[in-house]
Design a protein around this ligand. Structure first.
Ligand code: 1GP
Length: 247
């Protein structure tokens, strides 16, 4: 298995270079909207496309990724809510374990069931500790995961969870307030987690402005993920990308 994407994450972190990932839910874009999104993202120098969601009901993940691959060179990482969303056409897989929850299925159960299929996919697998943080409203991820999120003001729980994930050998930490969160994760929590683990940190959920994206980077996020706000207005990609890359 190659480690190209992960080595890039590590290299960028060591140089303090921040990245921007545009999250695409295959259920929510048709082909012409997707092509427009790809064009804007290419010009804006978006670093990654994350593809997936807590609940993807259409069967269009392969098609979505093939459209991306046919139209740009931006790497595609799967961000799956379930093994059914795995596509061999992507470049890598965020192999998520929901370490903030206590639902054994999302910690290890689904991984066991899908292990042969995941291995056969040939994807670059990046073991990722997934922390869901309370974003002020029930989100799809909090409902589907059937697991309590970390309270937004309990920085210590987030720190200890991320530390445990790192010591278990996970290679990335993904702090997520959930798609469309009313309250994005606080800079205080991001900074404290970043101060206690050495692995790269992805932050997403409810980020809607360039200012917030930049503040999150300054607090210690290495990758900012935005989905919802871009679905509403893809033209914000440019300003957000500039803000992140100026940090
Ligand atoms: C959700 O982190 C992502 O899992 C992105 O959230 O859709 O709110 O940007 P938004």
């Amino acid at each position: 298995m190659n480690n190209k994407l992960y080595n890039e994450f590590i290299d960028k972190k060591s140089k303090g270079i921040k990245s921007f990932a545009v999250l695409i839910d295959p259920d929510k874009v048709d082909e012409s909207a997707l092509i427009k999104l790809i064009q804007i993202s290419t010009v804006a120098k978006v670093d990654y496309f994350f593809v997936g969601g807590s609940l993807v009901v259409s069967n269009s993940t392969d098609e979505c990724i093939n459209t991306i691959k046919a139209n740009c060179n931006i790497p595609v990482l799967l961000f799956p809510g379930a093994p059914s969303q795995i596509s061999k056409y992507a470049d890598g897989l965020l192999y998520l374990s929901l370490i903030s929850g206590r639902n054994a299925e999302l910690l290890i159960g689904q991984h066991v069931i899908s292990a042969p299929m995941v291995k056969k996919s040939g994807l670059e697998i990046i073991p990722t500790g997934y922390l869901v943080i309370d974003g002020g409203a029930p989100t799809t991820v909090s409902y589907i995961s059937n697991a309590a999120p970390i309270p937004s003001d309990k920085d210590d729980i987030a720190i200890c969870t991320a530390m445990a994930g790192e010591m278990l050998g996970l290679k990335l930490i993904y702090m997520d307030a959930g798609s469309g969160a009313k309250l994005p994760i606080t800079e205080s929590m991001i900074a404290k987690v970043a101060g206690n683990v050495a692995i790269p940190i992805i932050v997403g959920g409810g980020i809607t402005t360039p200012e917030k994206a930049a503040q999150n980077c300054k607090a210690g996020a290495d990758v900012i993920v935005i989905g919802n706000a871009i679905e509403k207005d893809p033209s914000i990609i440019t300003a957000i990308s500039n803000a992140i890359h100026s940090c």
